[in-house]
Design a protein around this ligand. Structure first.
Ligand SMILES: [Zn+2]
Ligand SMILES: [Zn+2]
Length: 371
């Protein structure tokens, strides 16, 4: 085996096809990272950027790539001022993870802001009086580690919410997250499965521009989990959190994650094809003066007069709960879209389908903490 760049003996074999020596592999990954930021031209010189570190392999590599890129002394130098953020999630060994991240950042000469997701939202609930008013079952279920499909979706939105709020207090106009080709492929398929298909452009593309002041950017989107594992191995870096384990949970997202991991193992080219498909899905409508979902800021485009799957679900609910004859016409459709709609509260008024379903499952406190 010979390195495809320099013809020295190869040490790394990517996708069972491309061979590199250690040096060429590391410089290839650094180049992919810089090229992804460069070609999207979204950063201005010396901009403050908030970098979100979860502690898994990809975020550990992101930390190393940032350090390398800002330490350069040539025209390839990344001219940003990095700020680092770690969110403590509701998992068992969260203390170890955050200590390791703090230690890692210290070794690079960086400091990191740490936010505990439970404490953060408990404070908001206390301030709004929700914690006492509600029979705190609802608030508890939002803040506990729920492995359900809805729980995972809500926690992802909560984290995104904290990213944006912290970046505003630090005056950062951009956020970097460490999603790889592999995680984005999983997210794409999950989005479609849980009813966020219309939000793919912002959830999977390079830039999420739903917040008018802060952009979320994904500079690792052309790097796969296999690349990440090799990078960690070659540079002998240990991530704070293991990313390799298959999940034994039963949520839709975990099932899809396991499916994508199998794909990557056996048909490695397929995963990047999934993401390239997402790049081609853009919004065709113009986004000005459109109503937006209060929780996730996606466009509520419901001018379509045709009946949708949501209407069908609500209709079945009505006919099975009210024993009278009901026919569904467009006038009836207006009736079921109001706030009194118990199955999908505020749907198309101020919430998208998925956020409305989350609120109906987890209760109103969700609105207080996410809006
Ligand atoms: Zn080489
Ligand atoms: Zn929404």
């Amino acid at each position: 085996m010979i390195c495809r760049k320099c013809s020295n003996p190869a040490t790394v074999n990517i996708r069972k096809e491309y061979c590199y020596c250690n040096e060429c592999f590391i410089s290839m990954i650094n180049h992919k990272f810089r090229a992804c930021i460069g070609k999207n031209k979204t950063l201005s010189a010396n901009e403050k950027v908030l970098i979100c570190l979860s502690g898994d392999g990809s975020s550990t590599v992101l930390l190393d790539l940032i350090y390398n890129a800002i330490s350069l002394n040539n025209h390839k130098k990344l001219r940003v001022v990095p700020y680092f953020l770690h969110i403590i999630e509701a998992v068992s060994d969260n203390e170890n993870i955050s200590n390791t991240i703090i230690e890692q950042c210290k070794n690079y000469g960086f400091t990191v802001t740490v936010v505990n997701i439970k404490e953060y939202y408990k404070n908001i609930l206390c301030n709004t009086g929700e914690l006492e008013n509600q029979n705190s079952n609802n608030s508890k279920s939002i803040l506990s580690d729920v492995p359900s499909s809805i729980g995972q979706d809500v926690v992802a939105k909560m984290k995104q919410n904290i990213f944006v709020k912290v970046s505003k207090t630090l005056d950062c106009k951009s956020i970097f997250t460490a999603e790889t080709t592999t995680t984005l492929a999983t997210k794409l398929l999950s989005n479609i499965a849980i009813g966020r298909g219309s939000q793919i452009e912002n959830d999977i593309g390079f830039a999420d521009k739903r917040d008018s002041n802060v952009k979320i950017l994904r500079p690792l989107k052309d790097i796969s989990n296999e690349d990440i594992q090799c990078y960690l191995k070659v540079k002998d870096i240990k991530p704070a959190k293991c990313m390799h384990n298959k999940l034994n949970e039963t949520s839709l997202q975990s099932v899809i994650k396991n499916f994508v991991m199998d794909l990557q193992e056996n048909y490695p080219a397929t995963v990047s094809t999934i993401c390239k498909t997402a790049d081609k899905i853009g919004s065709v409508t113009n986004n000005f003066n459109k109503k937006k979902c209060k929780v996730c800021q996606s466009i509520l485009d419901n001018n379509d007069s045709k009946l949708t799957a949501v209407d069908a679900t609500m209709f079945s609910r009505q006919v099975s709960s009210i024993p009278s004859r009901i026919s569904i016409h467009n006038e009836d459709k207006q009736n079921i879209e109001g706030e009194n709609n118990l199955m999908f509260p505020f749907i198309y008024e101020s919430l998208c389908y998925c956020c409305s379903r989350n609120v109906s499952e987890l209760g109103d406190p969700l609105l207080h903490i996410l809006v």
